[in-house]
Design a protein around this ligand. Structure first.
Ligand SMILES: C[S@@+](CC[C@H](N)C(=O)[O-])C[C@H]1O[C@@H](n2cnc3c(N)ncnc32)[C@H](O)[C@@H]1O
Length: 223
């Protein structure tokens, strides 16, 4: 897909759905690569979930690191992005070559059913735009969907809450405070690694969390 077409679509959806799209541009290459470092480690075939693939910049990196036997679900709320991704899976070689391993789901992640389904969740959701209640719900859903020992990788833009806070009204300040408190609780309890990605607009921090420990009898790879 041509980069300007991708940026154009992303920007249009940002204007239409500011809260859920969350940024003006899709993630750059360095950010997409940092989000997929866990997939590049030696590992068995796994089940992978991408949440909020947008125009597919992170999806492309995930596809590059799929192993034979991996199964990859991508869940996207915005129908325009789903249609665009569908076209990429029909036309772009890198996408088409892995099509049989991928399921594209048009839905909110909160509505996905099931328990302990995924070894890796890679989330592009803009938590800092969401009400605290939705952030809490999404983390609970990730907890439900991850297998023991599985990894959640997500990013946030560096210092976004701190930079915004002085310029917003009281209710927005309260929302940002609540989101920060909630996310920080998860970070303190479960973060295993973080990476700063300075070469991105804006700079970002990628966080890798293990929400529940591996159990002896829960192999990472199941069909
Ligand atoms: C910040 S963009 C990230 C897009 C892409 N991953 C990237 O890094 O360029 C957030 C994406 O999450 C999607 N999204 C927002 N809320 C969602 C939800 N509840 N369930 C699934 N997708 C959602 C948006 O439509 C958008 O595509």
């Amino acid at each position: 897909m041509h980069i300007w077409a991708e940026y154009g679509t992303f920007f249009r959806e940002f204007r239409r759905h500011f809260r859920d799209t969350g940024s003006v541009l899709p993630s750059g290459l360095f950010l997409a690569r940092a989000l997929t470092t866990e997939l590049r480690k030696p590992r068995a075939p796994a089940r992978i979930l991408e949440v909020g693939p947008g125009t597919g910049s992170v999806t492309q990196q995930i596809l590059r690191h799929l192993l034979p036997g991996d199964r990859f679900d991508a869940v996207e709320l915005n129908g325009h992005f789903v249609a665009l991704l569908q076209r990429r899976f029909d036309r772009d070689w890198e996408f088409r070559s892995r099509r049989s391993q991928v399921r594209l789901i048009h839905s909110a992640v909160e509505d996905l059913a099931g328990e302990a389904q995924y070894d890796f969740i890679i989330s592009g959701l803009p938590f800092n735009n969401f009400p605290a209640s939705l952030v809490r719900e999404v983390f609970q859903v990730y907890d439900r969907l991850l297998r023991p020992g599985g990894t959640l990788s997500y990013y946030e833009y560096a210092l976004v809450r701190q930079l915004k806070t002085p310029f917003v009204d009281r209710s927005e300040r309260r929302r940002l405070f609540r989101v920060g408190r909630l996310v920080n609780r998860y970070i303190r309890a479960y973060q295993v690694r973080r990476e700063r990605v300075l070469v991105n607009v804006p700079p970002a921090i990628v966080r890798h969390l293990k929400l529940k420990p591996a159990t002896e009898f829960a192999p990472l790879a199941r069909g």
